[in-house]
Structures are given as C-alpha cells and as structure tokens.
Design a protein around this ligand. Structure first.
Ligand code: DAH
Length: 340
C-alpha cells in the first residue's frame, strides 16, 4: 500500500507538470482527490490494514494529498500568470504611432467679428435679443415711420412674401418689437440676417447681416450715442480709432447720422481704402424719432433713446482687410481657414 501511494503521488505530480490547461489540471485533481479518486481509494482500503498501521498510513495519505493540492495550486497560478502575460502582450498599444491627422475647423471671419461686436456691447450692459426673419410689414416699415408710400418699400429692394409679410430688410423691426413689449430702461442689441433684392457683387448680397442697437431711458442724448459708438470703435479696431457723425436722414430717427470710423488702414492719414479722406462710412444711427416712440407705446415726453444699425459683413471686411464681400459667402477653405 505504501508503494502504491508513492507511485500515485509521483505519477500525479508528473502528469501535473505536463498539463496544458486549467481544465486538464481540474481533471487531474478529480482523478486524484475526487470522491472516486485514487487517493480516496487508498483511504478506503485502509480498513483492511492492521489497526496499528492505520495512523501512520493515514498521515502518509494526508501528506500526499497536501503535496498534490499544493502542486495543483502552483500550477494553476502559473497558468493564470501566463494567460495574463499573453493577454497583455496581445493588447499592447504602440503609443508612439503617429495619429491620423484631423482637419480642424475655423470660425468664419464674419462670425469672429460678430462675436467680438456682441462681446463689446454685452460688456457695456446690453442684452442680445432676437426677432423673426420673416416679418410683418407692420414692424419692418410701419412702426418705423416708413408709411405705405415710402420709397424704401420699393419692390426693387424688398422681398415681399405677401401684402403684409416681407423678409426683413433690416434688423430695425426688432427695435419696434422690443419697444412695444417692454418698458424702459431698454438696452438691447439685435444681430441677425436681413434680405434685400440686390444683385450680388463686391459690396452687395441679397442676404447679409446687421446688428441693431437700441437704448431708451430718461435723459438719453446724442452724446450718449457718440460716446457709445466711440467706445465700440476703440474696442473693435484699437486705440486711436473713433467716430465722425455726418447729418443724414432715416425715417425712424431724428436727428439722424451717418457714422464714419477712422480708417484703420491709415489711421486717418488718408489712403486708397478711405479714398484719401481718413474716414470710412460704417453705420447709420440717430435719436429714436419721438413719433416712433409714441407708435410703439413709449411716452416721448418722459423718455428718449438712440438707435444704430451696422452691417456685420462690413465690420468684418474692415477688421480683416477683406477685398471682396463675396469671399465671405463662397466658403473657400483656403480663405476661411486663415482666420482663427
Ligand atoms: N436700418 C438701417 C438700414 O438698414 C440702419 C439704421 C440706421 C438703423 C439708423 C438704425 C438707425 O437703428 O438708427 O440701413
């Protein structure tokens, strides 16, 4: 029995060294230590031994069992370690490989200018408001003191949807919408798309962008308008750039002004861009016509206000020295990606 035990122990340990998988080890364990296993068989056979030999034999069987169990455990651990090594090797990534280059988008130069314009006015306490692009005649013209027979309503300039509805020709109708729905103090800007029945050329497009500004409160003066636009010019184009007001006419403002900026190209000395004048015309502005205030339900004896409207493309073109407005609409990436 002694010999038989020795033989089993050695054979199991040898076979264990030759196993090729965790399942094979398990099989071997059942074969040696399971209920019907070889060592269990020996324990059962001990009943036939003389009683005095049994404890010695029992001890030997236990030792063999322990040795086999320990060997199994080691072998399993070894397999697990190898498996892990294989998996890690298979999952290795070469982090030094060059990545596929992704093209990065760039902001459109007009939007860069627009965001800057908005930032400047928001910094001065203005709120950004929106209005519809498909607009009632009532807001686009009527409330702005452009009555039915006004030349600016010429079908040549305006896209009519029907008798009462147009594609807004400017952002000024948002002024009227704000004045009819809010009480002063009002301080808003309204950037957005506008439409004119124009042929596209170097300075015109049937769709373009404007930004309207409107301030209404007690004691608002033309001086406030001038100071505001001077500050805008300085922040947008830099130190030394300011505004010049020339008398003009808009039905919705009285008095009205065409506003020029110091030519940023020559800083006012006179160059080709400003045709030698040192000034560049950029926007229209004025004191909100009391008639407009009243039509919109604001007491013109108590309140006064100023308004201005500027072309966003125009500001962007001046800011970035863009030679032709068409470049802003053609979406040529060679052009667009220059501005970041
Ligand atoms: N709405 C005018 C245009 O489209 C621009 C303008 C001029 C807006 C004077 C104003 C303003 O608010 O006061 O040409």
């Amino acid at each position: 029995m002694d010999k038989q035990l020795q033989e089993i122990r050695e054979r199991i340990l040898r076979e264990l060294r030759e196993t090729k998988s965790v399942q094979a080890i398990e099989q071997l364990r059942v074969q040696a230590l399971g209920k019907k296993g070889e060592l269990t068989g020996i324990l059962r056979g001990m009943g036939k031994l003389p009683p005095e030999e049994r404890p010695v034999m029992g001890q030997m069987v236990n030792k063999a069992r322990e040795a086999i169990e320990q060997a199994i455990e080691e072998r399993v651990t070894e397999f697990r370690r190898k498996e892990k090594e294989l998996r890690l090797a298979a999952e290795t990534l070469d982090v030094t490989l060059p990545v596929e280059e992704r093209s990065q988008g760039a902001m459109h130069p007009m939007n860069i200018a627009l965001e800057k314009m908005i930032d400047i006015f928001v910094g001065m306490g203005y709120e950004v408001v929106d209005g519809p692009e498909v607009e009632f005649d009532h807001f686009n013209f009527e409330l702005l003191n452009l009555p039915k027979n006004h030349p600016a309503r010429d079908a040549q300039d305006t896209f009519y949807v029907d008798d009462n509805i147009v594609l807004r020709t400017h952002t000024s109708p948002v002024q009227a919408r704000v004045m009819t729905t809010r009480k002063p103090p009002i301080r808003v800007i309204c950037p957005g798309r506008v439409y004119r029945a124009d042929e596209a050329d170097a300075t015109h497009s049937p769709v373009f962008h404007q930004m309207e500004g409107l301030v209404i409160d007690e004691n608002i003066t033309m001086g406030d308008l001038k100071g505001t636009l001077d500050e805008f010019a300085r922040q947008m184009f830099g130190e030394g750039i300011s505004t010049r007001f020339r008398p003009s006419f808009f039905p919705f403002t009285e008095p009205s002004a065409e506003v020029d900026l110091t030519c940023a190209n020559c800083r006012g000395k006179g160059c080709r861009m400003c045709k030698g004048t040192g000034w560049i015309e950029v926007l229209g502005a004025g004191m909100v016509n009391p008639k407009v205030l009243e039509m919109c339900g604001i007491d013109s004896k108590k309140y006064s206000g100023f308004a201005f409207g500027m072309g966003v493309e125009r500001i962007s073109i001046l800011k970035y020295n863009i030679p032709n407005m068409r470049l802003l609409y053609e979406n040529d990436l060679r052009f667009l990606t220059q501005y970041r």
